[in-house]
Design a protein around this ligand. Structure first.
Ligand code: NAG
Ligand code: NAG
Ligand code: NAG
Ligand code: NAG
Ligand code: NAG
Ligand code: NAG
Length: 415
């Protein structure tokens, strides 16, 4: 290109670079250094790139399908639930073990077998929804020529995760790796996950409350922690509010009671053979709570789950005197397996609001080059939890079109 000599060209450059800030800067992600080999429970925020069976999502991440359903509070008692087809663009939380590899927190338990017409970019941006980049897959597998991918190659897919010692502001927390979408604002993300902008900025070491499409944030979800002995195989179990987790070889399910930070576990509703779940020296079963009003207060006895060790379900009888007898415990409601993308706050807004049915899937999250808001219709009521998001989208689309206009002008001038 010849040397520009027109003021409008400089204006164009300034505006173009500010538009690049939104579109073409390298996506940021949060890196947590680590030193020991310990692991923790973490979650991936994953948006389905196409209709997939529960079992297909599970094999994409090599995670137990029942655990995925329970992490999303989906009722597992539905007949043939593992073959239920989940709709494209559904947002799911995928439970994953977070490890420490080469001094950095990441999950390395996922492998992908390449299929015809896959490219590293399509695997990263589409299949794994932008949770990984093509470069990261290339590096993890020492792929020398990414243009030649043999069908059936098993690729390690490193995925982002964080532990931060299982706490956030000294309270138990599980970290969700969340891929920022075009319509997202930090305030919107904070609201959706019941945290604050300040907290998200602190956790992700952000200098300003700005996010760009494709960034990966570690979002702390308030959780209930266990206090199992170290020798339990599920030592350190921690369950985010609103999720359920399976333990003890599918025999026990645990969750937070609503409005409480204590982990509550009970026998799972799955037909598997389990060791005894009765508390010793008691007729109480795991999860049973008895209350007895006395002159001193309320005598509460619970039979608690205390971890899984050597094939045995450990139980612990706990007695306490409380000022008042507790009411019945309440839990996050279990949802029917979804057939459509719910507009519920539990789920992220659909990445492409103008999506209108199967077959019209054009861009998938992460692989999209549409600037933030460019793919969204301002004011689409189906799209967002907040009006401010639509406003922001309008501004971005406006600046996008303005820049396109300037580009055309500058071409006219330079020709
Ligand atoms: C960490 O893992 C390595 C290999 O996986 C093992 O040799 C080492 O003993 C582990 N260290 C600890 C502290 O668990
Ligand atoms: C990690 O969390 C535990 C409580 O869960 C706390 O006792 C410990 O001090 C924390 N460690 C660090 C390094 O923050
Ligand atoms: C837990 O989630 C429920 C909704 O499922 C919400 O009403 C409640 O405020 C949450 N509690 C905490 C401590 O985040
Ligand atoms: C104790 O727990 C078992 C298993 O969940 C349940 O079937 C039973 O009804 C409970 N009993 C009481 C008294 O709550
Ligand atoms: C586990 O249980 C088996 C059989 O009950 C026993 O032989 C073994 O010593 C136990 N191992 C541990 C570590 O407790
Ligand atoms: C609870 O009640 C039992 C019998 O009713 C009594 O033996 C026990 O001391 C009481 N526990 C507390 C903590 O008050």
């Amino acid at each position: 290109m010849k040397t520009p000599d027109k003021p409008i060209f400089y204006l164009f450059l300034i505006l173009a670079s500010s538009s690049l800030f939104f579109t073409a800067t390298t996506a940021k992600s949060t890196i947590e250094p680590c030193s020991s080999n310990d692991t923790c429970n973490s979650l991936l925020g994953y948006t389905l790139y196409t209709d997939l069976k529960v079992s297909e999502v599970a094999s994409l991440f090599q995670v137990d399908p029942i655990s995925i359903l329970l992490a999303n509070a989906i009722d597992i008692s539905f007949p043939d639930v593992e073959n239920h087809i989940l709709p494209s663009h559904l947002f799911l939380k995928i439970p994953l073990t977070c490890s420490c590899v080469d001094g950095i927190r990441k999950s390395v338990s996922t492998r992908y077998k390449t299929r015809p017409s896959d490219t590293l970019a399509s695997i990263a941006g589409s299949v794994y929804g932008g949770l990984v980049s093509a470069e990261q897959i290339q590096e993890a597998n020492s792929v020398t020529d990414p243009s030649v991918l043999d069908v059936g190659t098993s690729l390690l897919v490193p995925l982002p995760c964080a532990c931060f010692n299982g706490t956030d502001n000294s309270l138990p927390a599980v970290y969700l790796s969340y891929v920022v979408k075009g319509v997202d604002t930090l305030a919107g993300i904070a609201r959706r996950y019941e945290t604050t902008v300040t907290d998200l900025m602190n956790v992700n070491a952000m200098g300003a409350p700005d996010v760009s499409s494709g960034d990966i944030l570690a979002v702390p979800l308030s959780a209930c922690a266990s206090n199992f002995p170290k020798y339990a195989s599920d030592y350190g179990l921690i369950v985010p509010n609103g999720s359920y987790a399976l333990a003890a070889g599918h025999c026990v399910q645990c969750s937070c009671a609503l409005g409480s930070r204590s982990l509550y576990c009970e026998p799972a509703s799955l037909a598997v053979s389990c060791s005894s779940m009765q508390c010793t020296n008691s007729n109480l079963m795991l999860g049973n709570i008895t209350v007895q009003q006395s002159s001193a207060g309320c005598n509460v006895t619970t039979c608690d789950y205390n971890g899984f060790a050597n094939g045995t379900i450990l139980t612990m009888l706990t007695r306490s005197l409380q000022p008042r007898c507790p009411g019945p415990q309440q839990f996050a409601p279990l949802l029917a397996p979804p057939d459509t993308v719910p507009k519920d706050l539990m789920y992220a807004p659909a990445p492409s609001p103008d999506y209108d049915g199967p077959g019209s899937i054009a861009a998938s999250p992460g692989s999209s080059v549409i600037p933030p808001g460019g793919g969204s219709l301002p004011g689409n009521p189906a799209n967002g939890p907040a009006g401010s998001i639509s406003t922001a989208a309008t501004v971005y689309s406006f600046s996008y079109f303005f820049i396109m206009f300037l580009i055309s002008i500058s071409f006219v001038f330079s020709c």
